[in-house]
Write a protein that binds this ligand. Structure first.
Ligand code: FAD
Ligand code: NAD
Length: 475
């Protein structure tokens, strides 16, 4: 096997593996190095997303949403169920099966595209050399014209509540519980806290979520955040805002947590504690000396808008560089870099990266929040359409939430779309495409949407911007 490649990618997560595939599609010789090992010791491509993030979390969200519906919605449909019971072992087995199929799928994609998979550790050395250490410890030196760093991220540890398995765990640990904790504490009401908090709440845990900030979902449009909080409370998630954790002590099989909030010192005892306060770039033993690659003050690999590091023909993509830590953002960066290497035109439009929180109701947005539009001083107009007025949402027994569209007053360009409701994560794709083409609300108003569909919500929200909604009262 050759030790020289046109492109070597270090990291086989959703940023790295698409970069490798696109580079191979561009007729370049490519190797992708990945060191991930699952808890059973088996190596697997796919990184955090496929093994311990997006995919297993969505598998459990789907299963537990079905449990919730069986218990709380079926009766409204006239379906009588008795003794809905959960086989957590089977639920976890299904999840693991999906993960295995998806991660093995990457090897099949590599084979079809002609990418050389190398499982083990990659370290960038000077002079476009890479030290590859296979899982059995054997070392090999590779050289490459171009090197793409896609090393990903790792969970942030909280000094006052360090990880201590099995009681104090990160998100990967929380995806693998083999029994439903009676009392579950979650530190951080971010995306992971809300998704995994929902999973275990639906299975019966009493869930308390401690969030340091005084505002709920501060990154989201606040009208949407307010609506979301109402639904999470209805589900029974006990979200405590302005809560700063000061300590966590293991007490037998439980954890005693102390925190302070506006009322002073507080105590909480839980059976399991999940720490989900964000992730940090992972660059451990990635860079040798004199590589020319620099890290910023937060440990991210420094790159420009095209993901070029300061070093010639060395690129970095995904969670290990600035920007939102999202699989699809990493994927687009990986593909962009592989095309730039091949001399093709490529760019990532960071203004249209969608965000989705896969709870029920689902939450999704793209572009600016109303608060951001206001802060930048742009005159704007807003249209909101409630799912209560959607025939399809009613038929689904999921008529909750709304679609909100913000457009510039001056030229009607869509500035942001915020959806909370059924299938919001799917619906947002239309808004992303519209914004990618700098569409106006009028463009959406004039686009035919099938009836009865949830997507009519976006159509009606666009009409509501000009007080021309048909199926809801214009305010
Ligand atoms: P990673 O997926 O972390 O992959 C990096 C890979 O590189 C890993 O396999 C790692 O082992 C390997 N590696 C690192 N250093 C080396 C080295 N020196 N040598 C060899 N290999 C190395 N995002 C979404 O968009 N949607 C979601 O629904 C979603 N859900 C999530 C749920 C959870 C619980 C978590 C934790 C995250 C979720 N994310 C989600 C975030 C998403 O997982 C990340 O944004 C994404 O995985 C980043 O991709 P990446 O390729 O940059 O890094
Ligand atoms: P996050 O940044 O989404 O949320 C972390 C939350 O913890 C924030 O609300 C923050 O204010 C709070 N926090 C920080 N320090 C705290 C402290 N000491 N005490 C209490 N609260 C504290 O991070 P996350 O939920 O850990 O997720 C990590 C990354 O994974 C995110 O970047 C996210 O985008 C990604 N992810 C995405 C999805 C998705 O796309 N659906 C799902 C899961 C994770």
């Amino acid at each position: 096997m050759s030790d020289h490649f046109d492109v070597v990618v270090i990291g086989g997560g959703p940023a790295g593996y698409p970069a490798a595939i696109r580079a191979a599609q561009n007729k370049l010789s490519v190797a992708c190095i990945d060191e991930w090992k699952n808890k059973d010791g088996a190596p697997a491509f796919g990184g955090t997303c496929l093994n311990a993030g997006c995919i297993p979390s969505k598998a459990l969200l789907e299963s537990t949403e079905l449990v919730h519906r069986a218990n709380h919605e079926f009766a409204a449909h006239g379906i009588t169920t008795s003794n809905v019971s959960v086989d957590l072992g089977q639920m976890q087995k299904r999840k693991s099966g999906i993960v295995k199929t998806m991660t093995q799928g990457i090897l099949a994609l590599f084979k079809a595209a002609g990418v050389t998979p190398l499982q083990g550790h990659g370290k960038l050395l000077s002079g476009h050399r890479i030290e590859f250490t296979a899982h059995d410890g054997t070392k090999r030196e590779l050289t490459a014209k171009n090197i793409i760093l896609a090393a990903g991220s790792a969970p942030v540890e909280l000094r006052s509540a360090p990880f201590q398995t099995p009681q104090i765990v990160d998100s990967w640990g929380a995806l693998d519980f083999d029994s439903v904790p009676k009392r579950l504490g979650v530190i951080g009401a971010g995306v992971i806290g809300l998704e995994l908090g929902s999973v275990w709440r639906r299975l019966g845990s009493e869930v308390v979520v401690l969030e340091a900030l005084p505002d709920f979902l501060a990154i989201a449009d606040q009208q949407l955040a307010k609506e979301a909080l109402r639904h999470f409370k209805k589900l029974g998630l006990d979200v405590r805002l302005g809560a700063k954790v000061t300590g966590a002590t293991i007490a037998g099989d439980a954890v005693d947590v102390t925190y302070t909030d506006a009322k002073g010192e507080q105590k909480l005892t839980v059976d399991r504690l999940v720490v989900a306060i964000g992730r940090r770039p992972y660059t451990q033993d990635l860079l040798g000396t004199e590589t020319g690659v620099e890290l910023d003050e937060r440990g991210f690999i420094k790159v420009d808008h095209e993901c070029r590091t300061g070093a010639e023909a060395i690129w970095a993509v995904g969670d290990c560089v600035r920007g939102p830590m999202l699989a699809h953002k990493g994927k687009e960066e990986g593909v962009m870099v592989a095309d730039l290497i091949a001399g093709r035109f490529a760019e990532v439009n960071y203004k249209t990266v969608p965000s989705v929180i896969y709870t029920a109701p689902e939450i999704a947005w793209v572009g600016l929040t109303e608060e951001q539009v206001k802060a930048q001083g742009t005159a704007y107009k807003v249209g909101v359409f409630p799912f209560l007025a959607s025939g399809r949402a009613r038929a689904m027994e999921q008529a909750q939430g709304f679609t909100k569209l913000i457009a510039a007053k001056e030229d009607d360009e869509i500035l942001g779309v915020h959806i909370i409701g059924p299938m919001a994560g799917e619906l947002i794709a239309e808004a992303v495409l519209a914004m990618e083409y700098s569409a106006s609300s009028e463009d959406l108003q004039r686009t035919i949407h099938a009836h009865p569909t949830l997507s009519e919500g976006l159509h009606e929200a666009a009409l509501a911007v000009d007080k021309r909604a048909i199926d809801s009262i214009n305010k």
